[in-house]
Design a protein around this ligand. Structure first.
Ligand code: IMP
Length: 179
């Protein structure tokens, strides 16, 4: 269940590496003189985050959280639950959330106000992918790797039913795989 399951490769490992380096350079510049806390959202962001932090030239620390959104009837009433909370106290920290993909916007538009209550010095989001056509709640990440059309993508950390996360590229799954 690998390359033959792909309808199309959207981003090759080389294209991903190039864009990750650009994002890391921008972050290094924007956070100059600071020591940001880089927060990965599990599980989808683990590959992106691992590549990104190794290109950021700042004294950073890392932490992780896991959030899941539960819709109660409609998507707009979806609640976000922290399945795994941060280990570190974020008060006074420059927090940068690393997300794999912003889709409906539910997760981040609910999670951010919760984290804001903990008094970070700053709170920003870096998303590798953005699917703006799918937005239900308004949300705009501060850093975006690539804007993509409405298609289900896997690889480079992103899954379908927990599979494909280890692919070194990002591809669109053949509909026959999930139909
Ligand atoms: P949302 O923005 O709250 O709808 O949710 C974003 C989360 O949904 C992401 O962190 C992913 O885990 C998951 N997700 C959304 N679109 C895709 C996709 O195309 N492939 C894999 N996971 C996706």
């Amino acid at each position: 269940m690998m390359e033959q399951d792909m309808q199309e490769i959207l981003f090759t490992p080389e294209a991903l590496a190039r864009r990750v380096k650009e994002l890391a350079d921008q972050i290094t510049q924007d956070y100059a003189g600071k020591s940001p806390l880089i927060v990965g959202t599990l599980r989808g962001s683990f590959v992106f985050m691992a590549d990104l932090v190794r290109q950021i030239n700042l004294p950073l620390t890392v932490d992780f959280l896991s959030a899941s959104s539960y819709g109660s009837g409609t998507e707009s009433s979806g609640q976000v639950k922290l399945k795994l909370d941060l280990a570190d106290d974020i008060s006074g920290r420059d927090v940068l959330i690393i997300e794999d993909i912003v889709d409906s916007g539910n997760t981040l538009s609910k999670l951010l106000p919760e984290l804001q209550k903990r008094g970070p010095a700053s709170l920003k989001v870096c998303a590798l992918l953005d699917k703006p056509e799918r937005r239900v709640l308004p949300f705009q990440a501060n850093y975006v790797g690539f804007t993509i059309p409405d298609a289900f993508v896997v690889g480079y950390g992103l899954d379908f039913d927990q599979h494909y996360r280890q692919l070194p590229y990002i591809g669109v799954l053949k509909p026959s795989v999930y139909e």
